[in-house]
Design a protein around this ligand. Structure first.
Ligand SMILES: NC(=O)c1ccc[n+]([C@@H]2O[C@H](COP(=O)([O-])OP(=O)(O)OC[C@H]3O[C@@H](n4cnc5c(N)ncnc54)[C@H](OP(=O)(O)O)[C@@H]3O)[C@@H](O)[C@H]2O)c1
Length: 239
């Protein structure tokens, strides 16, 4: 039996391309779902569809993760469902353009959504698991190939994903040996709306979001003493 069965999973950005695939994959695994999007109606509609498809409990929640209000709303939703066992920090933004044209608001928003929100959501999960005494929790940070390399016209995104990687590594080390495991998964370009904005690459070669999502579920299925702390999912035929 999978360790994930009936675990409550929060997926941020579940209404996006990879998020929907993750929601479907965790639903198929028998998890209870808390599905976040910026728009409450879309998040609720997705939850309803997955409840029907997989015969699991699913609820929507909403909030702009670039703001304190939005972040607080998602943390409240975690409490309202009785706590979350697995957090998938998937929501992200991807500003594209020359570094000379980046303004401060774009820089701050990117770090707020891609770095700050994942940190404070992980903190909320870890605090709650200690409070409830079970001490079990899983956090997956969705990074990117941009956590390991720099690409033109995406300096702020690359910086944010490098920062998210550093954060993941620290949280992993801080909780090593406890019931809390922190993973980071770094896909190359994926066939989603965000992927359409990747410049200079062939869409047909991009990763299938369902395959990435299945990998994440498989990675979390085991309680083994061997852990997939950090993984890069690249396209085989192109760099
Ligand atoms: N696509 C790629 O090529 C690629 C490659 C490597 C890594 N990734 C990473 O994969 C993750 C998912 O991306 P994707 O490809 O699925 O992109 P996507 O289809 O554009 O989805 C992005 C998700 O993030 C949410 N989001 C954006 N801004 C937000 C904000 N301020 N507050 C809360 N939520 C916000 C969106 O919410 P709404 O649904 O409400 O718009 C959406 O659900 C991201 O972390 C991304 O960096 C993507």
């Amino acid at each position: 039996m999978s360790v994930l069965l009936r675990k409550r999973v929060l997926i941020t950005g579940a209404t996006g391309g990879l998020g929907r695939a993750l929601a479907d994959a965790f639903g198929a695994e028998g998890c209870k779902l808390l599905l976040h999007g910026r728009d409450a109606e879309r998040a609720d509609a997705l939850a309803e569809a997955l409840e029907d498809r997989h015969d699991v409990e699913a609820e929507g929640c909403a909030g702009d993760l670039g703001t304190d209000e939005g972040l607080d709303a998602v943390i409240e939703a975690m409490g309202a469902v009785g706590g979350v066992d697995v957090l998938i920090n998937n929501a992200g933004i991807f500003p594209v353009g020359p570094a000379t044209e980046v303004d401060r608001a774009t820089f701050d928003d990117t770090f707020a959504v891609n770095v700050r929100a994942p940190f404070f959501l992980a903190q909320a999960l870890i605090r709650a698991s200690a409070r409830h005494g079970h001490g079990w929790g899983r956090v997956v940070n969705v990074g990117s190939s941009s956590a390991f390399a720099g690409f033109p016209n995406t300096a702020v995104y690359c910086a944010s994903k490098h920062a998210l990687l550093g954060q993941s590594r620290s949280l992993f080390a801080e909780h090593r040996g406890s019931g809390i495991r922190v993973f980071s998964v770094h896909p190359g370009s994926i066939q989603t709306e965000m992927g359409r904005r990747v410049e200079g690459q062939e869409w047909d070669t991009f990763l299938d979001p369902a395959e990435v999502a299945d990998f994440v579920v498989r990675m979390l299925r085991t309680e083994s003493a061997m852990v997939t702390e950090e993984v890069r999912l690249n396209r085989f035929e192109v760099q």
